[in-house]
Write a protein that binds this ligand. Structure first.
Ligand code: GAL
Length: 459
C-alpha cells in the first residue's frame, strides 16, 4: 500500500463535443466537428454527437455523478462556438450562462473546475472563412476568445488548459486527415502546430498581464505523449526512441518550457518547420505554470530500416514518418479496444523523462484511462480490465512520486462513455456506462473502485 500526498488532486475529464450534444441549441454556432460528423464517410457508423450524452441538458445530474465519485476536480472543455458562434465578434450570452451555471454548481459541490478552452471543436466559420489553424491570425482570435472566458469565469476558475493535445490537432487533422479538418499534407501539420503554440502564447500573455494578479490562477497546455522504448540496445535505436519523444512531446513542450523546437526536428524538417519571432518566444517560453500530460500507451521504437515504406509506417502507427522511427509492439502486450498497449512501466519512464527534460515541473496527468468492451449484466458493468489498468498505472504513479517526481494530480479519462471522435460510439472509456438510446448512466465497477481509492488516498 502506498499513500498519495495529502493534497493530491483526484479528478476525471471530459470534453464539450464528446458529451454535450445540444448542437443547435442555446445560440451555439457550428463547430468543425459538427460539420465533419455530418460529412458521410468520416466517422465509424456515421455516428454524430448532435446529442452525445446530452450533458447540455443533464449537467445537473452529471454533477451528482461527480459528487458520488468523490473527485476533487473535474476537467471539462468549453465549446468555443457556444461562446462565440462564429469564433470571432459576437458573444453568445446563453453560452456564457450555461458554463457559468455549471461552474457554480461544481463549486457548490466542492469540485474544482479545470477548464480546457479548446478541445478540437473549432468554430466552423473560422475554418471556412479564415483557414483555421493554418492562418497566423488564429492566434489573435483565440486570445480574444480566451480573454472573454477569463473575464466571465476567471473569478471562479483557477486552472486553465488552453489547448488539448496540439499534436493530435496537427497530425491527425493535417497529416493523416482522420480528424478535422481532414487534410493530408507534409507541410501543414507544422504550420498548424506553430500557430497552436502561438495561440497558446498569446492567450497566456493576456492571462499573465490582465488577470493573473487578481484571479491567481494557473495556465497550461495538455500535451499527449506515449512512451517510446528502444527496441534494442543499439545506440541508433536509443536515439530513435528519444527522437520519437521529441517529435511527439518535445515539438510542443520544448517551445513552452525551453523556448525553441527540439534540435532533431530542426534538423530533419529544415524549411518545413516554421520559425518563431522574438515576440512569439516572449509569449510562449515559460508560459505554463504546470505541465499537463495526457498519457495512454507505449510502443517500441527503432531507427528506421532503409527498406521501410510510407505504407509500412502508416500501417504500424508511425503516422507521418518524418521522425524516421519505426514503431512496433510486442504481440504479448495486453491491449485496449483502441488497440493501445497496456504498459504501466512506460508511464513511469515517461514521467521521469519529463521531470528530467523540463527541470522538475509540477505535472498533472490530465488524462489516462482505458477503453473496454463494457456490457451491462443485471444493471452492472463488471469492468475488471479497467480496474486492473487503473490499479497498475496508479501503482506506477505512486512509485514515481515516491522517487521525487512532482506529480500533483491525476484525471481519469473519462467520467462517462462518450463520442470517441472517428470511432464514434464504438469505444467506451467511462467510469459510468452510458446507454446512448435512453441516456441512462450506470456506474461501472471501476467507478466504485476509483471512489475507494480517492477516499483512502492510497493504492
Ligand atoms: C485523447 C483525447 C480525448 C479522448 C481520449 C481517448 O486523445 O484528448 O478527447 O478521446 O484521447 O481516446
Amino acid at each position: 500500500m502506498a499513500k498519495f500526498p495529502k493534497d493530491f488532486i483526484w479528478g476525471v475529464s471530459t470534453s464539450a463535443y464528446q458529451i454535450e450534444g445540444g448542437w443547435l441549441e442555446g445560440g451555439k454556432g457550428l463547430s468543425t466537428w459538427d460539420v465533419f460528423t455530418h460529412t458521410p464517410g468520416k466517422i465509424l457508423n456515421e455516428d454524430k454527437a448532435d446529442v452525445a450524452c446530452d450533458h447540455y441538458h443533464l449537467y445537473e445530474e452529471d454533477i451528482i455523478l461527480l459528487k458520488n465519485l468523490g473527485v476533487k476536480a473535474y476537467r471539462f472543455s468549453i465549446a468555443w462556438a457556444r461562446i462565440m458562434p462564429t469564433g470571432y465578434g459576437e458573444i453568445n450570452k446563453e453560452g456564457i450562462e450555461f458554463y457559468s451555471k455549471l461552474i457554480d454548481l461544481l463549486i457548490e459541490n466542492n469540485i474544482e473546475p479545470w477548464v480546457t478552452l479548446h478541445h478540437w471543436d473549432l468554430p466552423s466559420a473560422l475554418e471556412l472563412e479564415k483557414d483555421g489553424w493554418l492562418n497566423p491570425a488564429i492566434a489573435d482570435y483565440f486570445a480574444e476568445y480566451a480573454k472573454i472566458c477569463f473575464e466571465a469565469f476567471g473569478d471562479r476558475v483557477k486552472n486553465w488548459i488552453t489547448l488539448n493535445e496540439p499534436w493530435v490537432i496537427s497530425v491527425l487533422g493535417y497529416s493523416v486527415g482522420i480528424f478535422t479538418p481532414g487534410r493530408v499534407s507534409t507541410t501543414e501539420p507544422y504550420i498548424a502546430g506553430h500557430n497552436l503554440l502561438r495561440a497558446h502564447g498569446k492567450a497566456a500573455k493576456v492571462y499573465r498581464e490582465q488577470f493573473k494578479a487578481i484571479q491567481k490562477g494557473r495556465i497550461c497546455v495538455a500535451n499527449n505523449c506515449d512512451w517510446r522504448e528502444p527496441k534494442t540496445e543499439l545506440a541508433e535505436d536509443k536515439a530513435a526512441a528519444e527522437r520519437s519523444l521529441e517529435f511527439l512531446l518535445g515539438w510542443f513542450a520544448d517551445p513552452l518550457f525551453k523556448g525553441h523546437y527540439p534540435e532533431s526536428m530542426v534538423e530533419k524538417l529544415g524549411d518545413r518547420l516554421p520559425k518563431f519571432t522574438e515576440e512569439d518566444i516572449a509569449n510562449i517560453k515559460g508560459s505554463c505554470d504546470i505541465f499537463g500530460l495526457n498519457h495512454y500507451s507505449t510502443m517500441y521504437a527503432q531507427n528506421i530500416p532503409e527498406t521501410t515504406t510510407n505504407a509500412d509506417l502508416h500501417a504500424i502507427g508511425g503516422l507521418h514518418g518524418d521522425d524516421e522511427v519505426l514503431l512496433t509492439a510486442d504481440e504479448n502486450w495486453k491491449k485496449t479496444t483502441m488497440d493501445w498497449n497496456v504498459i504501466p512501466w512506460g508511464f513511469g519512464k515517461l514521467l521521469k523523462w519529463i521531470d528530467n527534460r523540463y527541470d522538475h515541473p509540477e505535472i498533472y496527468v490530465t488524462e489516462n484511462g482505458m477503453s473496454c468492451n463494457d456490457i451491462v449484466v443485471n444493471e452492472k458493468v463488471n469492468d475488471t480490465d479497467r480496474i486492473d489498468f487503473l490499479h497498475s498505472y496508479l501503482a506506477e504513479l505512486s512509485r514515481v512520486i515516491e522517487s521525487g517526481v512532482k506529480v500533483k494530480g491525476y484525471f481519469v479519462w473519462s467520467l462517462m462513455d462518450n463520442f470517441e471522435w472517428a470511432s464514434g460510439y464504438s469505444k467506451r472509456f467511462g467510469l459510468y456506462y452510458v446507454d446512448f438510446n435512453t441516456l441512462e448512466r450506470i456506474p461501472k465497477e471501476s467507478a466504485k473502485w476509483y471512489k475507494e481509492i480517492i477516499l483512502k488516498n492510497e493504492i
